[in-house]
Design a protein around this ligand. Structure first.
Ligand code: ZN
Ligand code: ZN
Length: 403
């Protein structure tokens, strides 16, 4: 059975259920947005463009372009896709939306936007004037300004907010098919880590870039599609820069190497980190203790994950361990981030956050210690919050030794 079958198994498919949930939230004033004069925080419609929000609600994915490809979802009507004529057939075939309208290259896309807004009653607004006075529209958080400007022109009287006001709380709780996809992506990454351990000596002498290429080939071989972010191979002192990706440095025997990479399955990413040492020379002084410390911190944070705990408490569980050992200043980032269609999304596992964890949330737990000019250590797994605590989506050995 393919994953698509599994996804379609729930009533109406995930897209119908998600669209219904958005329409509920639009209609009943439960949006998180600021109160405005008319709507009390309520919103009348959501307008998306090519984005992970669009994929989440319709199954359709493509890169943003200069042409208007917009999904309109009003509280009291079915979703309407407005797409370039050349994309019409594809959107009908690949999206869960029935009402797909097209505009041609010889037409004015703004007029097409206005026509859809008219049909959905958005330009009439609550006061019945055709510039949308009293209407509140939530636009995709990442929408390009050229399209938000057109929406402003089509609805000069409307007020605007962000789609995340209704979508963030839906997307943060993953359904079984989403978790299954991330589990498979995690298994592919785990398999590559196991192979790298077995490669051992063979890795010595490769450049970081060559090793990154090798990792990406193996991710594909294990069923992943592409990478979920630029592969990080931080060898020796490069590992002390958390944002270093990969370069020309040659991996030496005994160098600690921070390996942080992921792939996608059905659009859902994996994200894990292991810090390994290749070759038969000893790692630098202090490395063993720091590696042990980071693993302890990671373990403590994973143990702190349960429904009702806050994101800040999980961060503190890791941070306390590292601070007590005197390395607090070398742990220079938050403990983790949510993962879904976006590899960085809610919930953020950050110091002081009082966001409560709920079953179905998926996020990384990735403390690190970075010693400038020497080496870095990070250990990262994704976890899914369950009723009783959490389950890791990465299971491969967290130690630093290779064969
Ligand atoms: Zn990572
Ligand atoms: Zn991460």
């Amino acid at each position: 059975m393919s994953d698509t079958d599994a996804t379609d198994a729930d009533a109406g498919g995930p897209y119908a259920r998600r669209i219904a949930a958005v329409r509920d939230r639009l209609g009943d004033g439960t949006t998180d947005g600021p109160d405005d004069a008319d709507g009390g925080g309520d919103a009348d419609a959501l307008v998306l463009f090519p984005s992970t929000n669009l994929r989440y609600l319709t199954g359709y994915t493509e890169a943003p372009s200069e042409r208007h490809l917009l999904l309109f979802l009003a509280a009291d009507a079915g979703p309407v896709f407005l797409v370039p004529e050349l994309s019409g057939e594809q959107v009908r075939a690949e999206s869960a939306v029935d009402d797909v309208r097209t505009w041609g290259d010889d037409e004015d896309p703004l007029a097409a936007v206005e026509a859809v807004a008219d049909d959905l009653g958005l330009r009439g607004g609550t006061e019945g004037v055709d510039d949308g006075v009293g209407t509140r529209v939530l636009v995709d958080d990442t929408m390009h300004a050229r399209f938000t400007q057109d929406l402003r022109e089509a609805l000069p009287g409307a007020s605007f907010g962000l789609a995340s006001e209704v979508l963030a709380d839906l997307r943060v709780i993953k359904d079984d098919a989403e978790v299954a996809a991330m589990r498979r992506a995690g298994e592919a990454a785990d398999a590559v880590i196991r192979e790298l351990r077995a490669d051992g000596d063979d890795v010595v002498g490769m450049t970081e870039a060559e090793l990154a290429d090798h990792i990406e080939e193996r991710l594909d071989a294990h069923g992943g599609t592409g990478v979920s972010f630029e592969t990080i191979v931080g060898s020796g002192p490069n590992g002390a820069m958390p944002h270093h990706t990969h370069g020309d440095r040659v991996v030496g025997a005994g160098d600690p190497v921070v390996l942080d990479f992921g792939t996608r399955v059905d659009g859902y990413p994996s994200d894990q980190t292991r810090t390994l040492v290749f070759g038969d020379e000893s790692p630098p002084e202090g490395f063993r203790q720091v590696h042990r410390l980071v693993r302890e911190a990671q373990e403590a944070a994973v143990e702190a994950v349960e429904p009702g705990a806050t994101a800040g408490e999980v961060d503190a569980a890791a941070r306390d361990v590292i601070e007590e050992a005197g390395y607090g200043d070398e742990f220079v980032h938050r403990t983790g981030h949510g993962v879904g269609l976006d590899v960085h999304e809610e919930p953020y596992i950050v110091e002081g956050s009082d966001r409560e964890l709920e079953p179905g949330m998926v996020f990384s737990v990735e403390p690190g210690v970075y010693l400038s000019g020497e080496f870095g250590v990070r250990v990262e797994d994704l976890v899914v919050v369950t009723e009783g605590g959490c389950v890791r989506l990465n299971r491969t050995d967290r130690g630093w030794k290779t064969e």
